[in-house]
Design a protein around this ligand. Structure first.
Ligand code: ATP
Ligand code: MG
Ligand code: MG
Ligand code: MG
Length: 492
């Protein structure tokens, strides 16, 4: 019998609350409150940042927190932690996921944190120890940071064999919230899904066989805006474990999408599509594309639901722009790969509320509004897509059309009149085996003084961000060049 995700979540929360005296704090909304350094909440620790920094209002409730546990709604689709490019292509990165975490604010430190984590995983969840690997911070000479030998010794004392204890550098084992903010060395627990002899070599190697599940961060510094490290007033523990990954381990699944957090959604998508079921029986090449589409749509509709419920709507800048791109990409996959009718995306919202609504009741409460917002945005996007496709079709059938070279003036009109980002124009042409006359298009862009002056004076208008590709923004020196804008409309 499988442990349902809901039990996995509650076992974690109960363990820290009932057995180890932690206070259960609710998830904060995914829209960061008063933190311009973030697009979305990307970790459980975000809402506690003032405690780490020692800037918490002493009269506030938060000032009394010593031990805390929670399950936090996280979105990693922009800024320092941006997983958009991996979503759908692998089976363990989502744009929205739940992070289970426990904290000590100046209370326990390394030893107790490691012991509790190990006891929960191996005794309470019953994960075999020979499937677990542990990484620790190897130090970094250039930044004058020492290796975390103390943590290595703690794990040895707990009984982790030295062959399963692996040192890694800054990138893997020094956790930072963003370009600035609290940070520190961390130790991470990885799970070997296969039981292979060479699994140690697959830790932190982007392999689906050995996946990171839990990160224990020892917060000791603040990364200042000038990149220097300042010692924090007190040392804290900040841990984060992806619920979806833990559930896949406990349900014996190699993929997060095969757990009960996703299967109801994938079934609902299949009912509306005209293609084989997820993981179905098509020819190998076609199947991968369809399965990717299933994963992207299931992932994106969760993100859309959670974000819209928390008041982030698809829009024209910042987090809103990222959400708009997420919505449009989901719509393209629905329509073009899964052959599902208009309205499909919104119709999946009840399935999202069904899997997550008990813990995040705003999903039930806001379901109608979420569906309306998704439908409106979808309709708008589909109608401009259709107009664009027609315009491209007519152009390709024109008598004066020179084979293979698409006229720049038409591409420009798709962009200016129909609001198509130029990367989408490129993509639509590529799918039809033609290319735009690049030189001429660049000339048109340069000639368009209105766009330039709007951008330079910072006027918010339709010509902002969405109609320009990342490369164009960089070319124009526009400051908004978040990585998330690289997320293209591609269906590959
Ligand atoms: P990875 O190396 O797999 O990208 P990470 O090191 O970026 O993960 P952390 O910042 O350490 O992740 O976050 C703590 C935990 O949250 C991870 O150990 C993992 O279980 C989970 N997690 C992180 N990113 C994602 C994601 N995009 N989707 C699902 N779970 C995630
Ligand atoms: Mg990551
Ligand atoms: Mg990692
Ligand atoms: Mg990590």
């Amino acid at each position: 019998p499988e442990l349902p995700a809901a039990c996995v979540r509650s076992t974690f929360l109960d363990f820290f609350r009932d057995k180890h005296g932690h206070r259960l704090v609710p998830s904060s909304p995914v829209r960061p409150r008063g933190d311009p350094s973030l697009l979305f909440v990307n970790a459980g620790m975000n809402q506690f940042k003032p405690i780490f920094l020692g800037t918490v209002d002493p009269r506030s409730e938060m000032a009394s927190y010593r031990r805390v546990v929670n399950s936090q709604k996280c979105v990693r689709a922009g800024g320092k932690h941006n997983d958009l490019e991996d979503v759908g292509r692998d089976v363990y990165h989502h744009t929205f996921f739940e992070m289970l975490g426990n904290w000590s604010f100046g209370d326990y430190f390394k030893e107790e944190a490691c012991c509790m984590a190990w006891s929960l995983l191996t005794e309470h969840y019953g994960i075999p120890t020979d499937r677990l690997y542990v990484s620790y911070f190897a130090g970094d000479a250039a930044s004058g940071l020492p290796a975390d030998e103390e943590t290595r010794q703690i794990w040895l004392d707990i009984g982790v064999p030295s062959g399963r204890l692996l040192p890694f550098g800054l990138k893997e084992n020094f956790w930072e919230m963003g370009d600035s903010g609290p940070c520190g060395p961390c130790t991470e627990i990885h799970y070997d899904h296969v039981g292979g002899r060479d699994a140690a070599a697959l830790v932190n190697a982007d392999s689906p066989d050995v996946v990171e599940i839990w990160n224990l961060v020892f917060m000791q510094y603040n990364r200042e805006v000038d990149r220097s490290l300042r010692l924090l007033p007190q040392f804290s523990v900040d841990t984060g474990m992806g619920l979806e990954r833990l559930v896949s381990v406990l349900q014996g699944k190699r993929s997060n999408y095969d757990t009960d957090l996703f299967t109801p959604l994938l079934d609902a998508i299949h009912q509306r599509s005209r293609v084989a079921a997820y993981g179905g029986r098509m020819g190998a090449a076609g199947k991968e594309k369809v399965d990717t589409a299933y994963r992207v749509v299931a992932d994106h509709v969760r993100t859309l639901s959670v974000c819209i419920a928390d008041g982030v709507h698809p829009g024209m800048s910042g987090a809103e722009l990222v959400l708009r791109r997420i919505l449009r990409r989901a719509v393209r996959f629905c329509v073009e790969v899964l052959q599902a009718p208009q309205g499909t995306l919104a119709s999946l919202v009840p399935a999202v509320a069904h899997t997550l609504g008990d813990v995040y009741p705003e999903l039930h409460r806001e379901a109608d509004r979420i569906m309306d917002v998704i439908n409106e945005n979808e309709a708008h996007f589909l109608s401009s897509l259709q107009q664009g496709s027609r315009l491209i079709h007519r152009t390709l059938n024109r008598k004066d059309y020179k084979h293979g070279v698409f006229p720049a003036s038409v591409a420009w009109s798709l962009h200016r009149d129909l609001g198509f980002p130029l990367d989408l124009v490129d993509l639509m042409l590529e799918e039809r085996g033609v290319q735009v006359d690049r030189q001429e298009l660049d000339r048109l862009i340069a000639e368009n003084h209105k766009v330039m002056s709007d951008l330079q004076s910072g006027v918010q208008s339709q010509v902002m961000l969405d109609v320009l590709s990342l490369a164009e923004l960089q070319h124009l020196g526009v400051p908004h060049t978040d990585d998330s804008l690289k997320y293209q409309y591609s269906l590959e």
